[in-house]
Write a protein that binds this ligand. Structure first.
Ligand code: UD1
Length: 430
């Protein structure tokens, strides 16, 4: 497996082009299964999670045409997905195991083709990741669901029926799946306590452009008036707020200055406020953020992860790395996932002072310096946090198991090197 080697100490200066949002691309690619016409999606990032989902769609029978296109100053993928008639309605274990968001085929295939077999994704490093909301909601809409040999087998006789559904948690995944399913249902579906993340609003935009009738984007009550048929469209997905937030922390932790191009500050209110409160200068335009921490003393702040517009759990590890080298104590509380402090022992091996209380809280006491060490990445965002720590640590840090990073951060060494980081990939064969 590849590793990433970083020599710490360089402040980062320059521009970073933020890529298309992975967590928007994944459901939107699956939304293409709701129509037998071609759907063209622009601004898709080059990531292994996208390749994994493409492989699943290929085995379902989707024709995929990939073009590289320069958009807003950087290279992106424009991909056309066309599924005139699926050849399989099964999402096998090998695909779902590699990429949990494969479960986004559940709603579309069931609604359009009345049958789907999806391997249950199971838990992962950050938590149990249940699917009960997806499944009980589909049952409320008339689906017959059976769990057999590790698979969800779902059937409907004719069409799904609109229903009044109330989620016990504002799940992003369940909101996407039920939005897609309800778009082709008979009658009206209302989802209460839906997720409000920008990724959901982007999915609603493409579904409405395909002919769906969905109201309430950006609120916790979504009303979907089912239609009989959806049609093809071209849609450009939003940029990745988590990638933008991750590089914002890179500017802050190295006491540099980065201009994040194609970043929407509206999607990052809470994390940008935390950075400002820490003492970082933040300037914004509608599609860029300048993060300047030169000659600043950074003061630790408390963080509580929550559903959007609260502080995103997907930025918790990166901000914790920043708190490790900021002055004073910071309390970090993780309210979304039950096991999302796996980066803590790795940061401590680099000299961080962190006390974890139970599963949900950690006190970080700022230290003057971290020192480079070999560390192990455990999940996507934790891996980025270890790189951040490596960028300010004295000496050499080697982050092992970087395949996690390739799932969700496009051209990571290239982007970091372009702003002055001393970072390189060590290939398995080297
Ligand atoms: C998505 C993101 C992930 C992010 C998470 C929370 C993608 C591909 N992944 O994951 O990066 O960390 O949102 O912002 O977009 N829950 C249930 N039952 C369910 C579904 C969820 O209890 O059926 C609970 C989960 O245990 C968790 C919470 O709801 O505590 C949020 O999960 P959810 O929003 O579904 O996360 P994902 O969509 O899997």
């Amino acid at each position: 497996m590849d590793k990433i080697k970083i020599i710490g100490g360089n402040p980062l200066f320059g521009k970073i082009y933020v890529s298309g949002a992975k967590n928007t691309a994944l459901p939107i690619i699956c939304a293409s299964l709701l129509t037998d016409e071609p759907v063209t999606i622009q601004n898709i990032p080059f990531l292994s999670d996208i390749t994994s989902l493409n492989n699943l769609l290929l085995q379902i029978g989707t024709k995929i045409d990939i073009k590289e296109e320069e958009l807003n100053g950087h290279l992106t993928q424009t991909i056309t997905y066309h599924t005139p008639q699926p050849t399989s309605l099964i999402a096998p274990y090998d695909y779902v195991r590699k990429m949990r968001a494969s479960y986004y085929v559940l709603g579309p295939l069931l609604a359009k083709y009345r049958h789907v077999e999806l391997s249950l994704p199971g838990g992962c490093a950050i938590g149990a990741r249940p699917m009960d909301i997806h499944l009980t909601s589909l049952e409320q809409m008339g689906a017959k669901i059976e769990i057999k040999n590790g698979y969800v087998i779902a059937d409907i006789d004719e069409r799904l029926k609109g229903a009044q559904i109330s989620f016990h948690s504002a799940s992003v995944g369940a909101t996407c799946n039920i939005l897609m399913a309800a778009s082709l249902a008979e009658g009206t579906t209302v989802i209460e306590n839906a997720a409000k993340e920008p990724e959901i609003s982007d999915l609603i935009d493409i579904l409405n452009a395909m002919g769906a009738e969905i109201e309430g984007a950006g609120t916790s009550t979504l009303t979907i008036h089912g239609v009989e048929k959806l049609h093809g469209v071209t849609h450009k997905i939003i940029n990745d707020r988590i990638e933008a937030g991750s590089y914002a922390v890179a500017a802050a932790i190295t006491k540099g200055r980065l201009e994040l191009i194609n970043a929407n500050p509206e999607h990052l209110h809470n994390p940008l406020d935390i950075l400002r409160n820490m003492g970082v200068s933040i300037e914004t335009t509608p599609n860029s953020i300048i993060v300047d921490a030169q000659n600043r003393t950074l003061i630790g702040q408390d963080i509580y992860t929550d559903y959007y517009p609260g502080f995103p759990t997907d930025l918790q590890a990166q901000f914790m790395a920043l708190m490790c080298v900021s002055q004073g104590a910071s309390m970090v509380t993780e309210s979304i996932w039950e096991n999302r402090f796996m980066h803590v022992p790795e940061l401590m091996r680099m000299g961080a002072n962190i006390n974890v209380h139970g599963h949900a809280s950690a006190i970080v006491r700022g230290v003057d310096k971290l020192s480079g060490a070999p560390v192990m990445s455990t999940d996507l965002r934790a891996s980025f946090a270890l790189i951040l720590a490596g960028l300010v640590a004295e000496g050499e840090t080697v982050v092992n198991r970087v395949y996690h990073l390739d799932r969700g951060y496009e051209k990571i060494e290239e982007k970091f090197r372009s702003v002055g980081a001393n970072i390189q990939r060590i290939k398995e064969s080297d």
